[in-house]
Structures are given as C-alpha cells and as structure tokens.
Ligand binder design. Structure first.
Ligand code: PLP
Ligand code: COI
Length: 367
C-alpha cells in the first residue's frame, strides 16, 4: 500500500448490537464505557530493505486484538493516541472538529515515540470509514457526541529496546456524554505535590499512553481527597501551573482577559485550548499564553483578580473548576458556581461543533 492508497476492505460484523441495545446505551452513554460495532485498522511494516509502509487498511468487527506476548507495546509502552469527536448536525450530516490538527499532533507524537508517520488522508479516511458503518451510535443529546480514539501500537515481538518494525494503527469509537457524568458543574481539583506528569525533554507534549500511566497515582490521591482531577505543576519553575491529568487550564481575569499556561514542552498542546485562544481573540479579549504560578492562582482568587478558572479538552469540552485543594489548603470557595465567561465560551464552542453556530474558521470536516 502506498501512502496515498486509502482503500479500506470492509469485514463487517455479523453480530452487531441490536437497535434496543444501542438505544439503551445512547440513552445514557457516560464516557468511555461502550464501543461501537467496528474498528478501523491499518498495519505498518518495515521490510528487509528497511523501507516502511502502511498496508491492509480494513474495517473489522470490534473485538480483542491478538498480540504476541513479546509485542513491544506490552513491554516498553511504545504507544500514542488521539481524542476527537463526531457530531451529528440537525440535517443528519456528521462532522468532526479540526481533524487536520489531530492528524498533525498524532504525527508529532509518533515522531517523539519513534513510531511511523501516518499520512493525513489515511487518518481522515479511517475516521470516515468507521463513522460510515457505525453512524447509528452517535448520540444526539446536549453535549453528546461519538468520541473517536485513533491509536498506534508497536506490535513487533522482540525484547531488545529499539523502535518496533511492525506497528498497528487503529480507531475505535465510543458514544460520549459528559466526561464527569451528569450535568456540567464545577469540579474540584487536587494539586499534585508528590508526582510530576512529565519533565523537560520527556514525552509530556506527546499524547502517549505512558503520560497517562504516570498520572494515575496522582489521580488516586485526588480521588482520595474528593477531587475529580489532578493539577500538575512544574516544581522546578516556581510551581508554574502545567495542566490537569487530561485537560488544559484557563483563567478568566477581572478585566476580561484570558490566560493559559504557555506551552513549555511538558504539556499537551490541546486543540480545544488553541480553539479557545482563537475564540477569545475573536471576541476582542486579550488572551495570553504565559507562565502562571500556583501563588498567582491563590492570590488572584483571594483578591478577586481571577474570577473564573476552567478546564478544557476534547473529552471535558469546557468544564468549570470549583475549588482547588492543595494539601489542607483550599483555593476558592466550596460550591463556587460555573462562571459566565466559561459557560458562554463553552456554548459557542459546542455550537460550532454541533452546527448551530457559524464555523467561521473552517474547523469542521464532513465525515
Ligand atoms: N492535556 C491532556 C493531558 C489531555 O489528555 C488532553 C486531552 O486530550 C488535553 C490536554 C486537551 O487536548 P485536546 O483539547 O486536544 O483534547
Ligand atoms: C481527550 O480529551 O480526548 C483525552 O484524551 C483526555 C482523556 C481524559 C479522555
């Protein structure tokens, strides 16, 4: 298969969920609990002459993957992924948001994890193929969508530490409601003092499974303290705010300006983050990507300079942050309501994604 050959064979499932089973899932999808009937797959191999290529693009029934126990991904974590969503518009058409940015980020992650580059046409076609056979799984409630999870794993069986010569790229899809469950409401956040998510020169800017594995001990601490997500700091840089385990962070200041931590090489360049920067500027707001420390957060909230804080990401969309808990110290009041600016940007962004607000930046791609 050449880089531009994007023909997918269709091996369709003979055991699709029934309409009743699907409707039961769509009535209350939650996040990440249910999967559609199919998966898109493309394999990669480096041949004896050292030339690599993608081959065997196909749709398969959703199901377990047969992996050799020595597959590199199982030992050395050579894995990357993306997160994006498909939205059904009122006229029945299905769209995705900034797919070119996801394709580009997948390839940046691939470069960092020594995985092969995936041509953008192949990436887009894999999404189109999967959504074309599983479109009935797209929920249509407020804030609901079909979450798409493209990922790439090192499948070659060997135990020497080197980049795998056999790789599999796959896409699975999962009907999605609110990541935090129920209605959108402010979530409390735990400050990780014992663990960092990423370090300089590491893989923090890549969407690699290992980053999430390394966030889990901190996430457990957060949950033990009644918090929904964990905040990571750069403890070697004045406790600069980095990001949450699975989301970027924004601050709304009293003068209406927005601030988000600058990309330092250790945080993920969120596509929601860059869209909010653009939407903020479209509104005439000053939006800064700069260093913001935990002290500035604490003092800003206490003195009234910071009026709202929110998290953002594909899964989280825009979620207001309530209280920040740093050990025994609380930043912000319990029961802080969702901020007006937060909710207004959220409804604008969701409106663009779901086709009720004009897409002036050409961010949508029809699937
Ligand atoms: N930061 C982390 C660690 C994430 O996992 C995510 C989610 O994908 C984000 C930020 C936000 O990225 P995006 O807006 O592209 O989903
Ligand atoms: C996403 O938002 O797509 C992510 O990958 C983050 C994770 C918390 C689900």
């Amino acid at each position: 298969m050449t880089a531009t050959d994007t023909q997918f064979a269709q091996h369709l499932s003979t055991q699709r969920a029934s309409a009743e089973e699907r409707e039961a899932v769509l009535a209350n999808p939650g996040f990440g609990n249910f999967f559609t009937d199919h998966t898109a797959v493309v394999d990669f191999r480096v041949d004896e002459s050292g030339v690599g290529g993608w081959h065997d693009a196909r749709l398969e029934p959703y199901g377990p993957i047969a992996l050799d126990p020595a597959a590199a991904v199982l030992h050395y974590g050579q894995e990357i992924f993306e997160g994006m969503k498909a939205y059904r518009h009122a006229d029945g058409s299905v769209w995705t948001f900034r797919a070119d940015a996801n394709a580009a980020r997948l390839n940046r992650s691939a470069a960092r994890l020594a995985l092969p580059q995936l041509p953008e046409e192949l990436f887009l076609e894999s999404l189109r193929q999967l959504v074309s056979v599983d479109a009935d799984w797209i929920p249509s409630g407020d804030g609901e969508s079909l979450y798409l999870r493209p990922f790439m794993i090192a499948t070659e069986a060997f135990l020497g530490v080197r980049p795998a010569r056999e790789v599999s790229y796959r896409v699975i899809a999962s009907p999605a409601g609110n990541y935090f469950g129920g209605e959108v409401k402010p979530v409390d956040i735990w400050v990780s003092r014992n663990y960092a998510r990423a370090g300089r020169g590491g893989t923090g800017a890549a969407k690699a499974g290992g980053n999430y594995a390394s966030s889990l001990a901190a996430q457990l601490e957060a949950e033990a303290h009644g918090c929904k997500q964990v905040l990571f700091l750069d403890q070697f840089n004045d406790n600069a705010v980095e990001e949450l385990g699975g989301m970027n962070v924004f601050f709304v200041f009293r003068d209406g300006s927005l601030v988000t931590p600058a990309l330092s090489g250790t945080i993920l360049e969120g596509i929601t983050r860059s869209s909010i920067i653009q939407l903020g500027r479209d509104r005439g707001l000053t939006v800064s990507e700069r260093k913001i420390t935990l002290d500035e957060w604490r003092d800003g909230v206490a003195g009234g300079d910071i009026t709202e804080v929110f998290a953002c990401g594909t899964a989280a969309v825009i979620t207001p942050i309530g209280q920040l808990r740093d050990g025994d110290e609380f930043i912000g009041a319990a029961g802080t309501p969702a901020g007006e600016v937060t909710m207004s940007i959220r409804s604008q962004l969701l409106g663009i994604q779901t086709g009720t607000v004009e897409d002036t930046h050409g961010w949508l791609t029809r699937l």
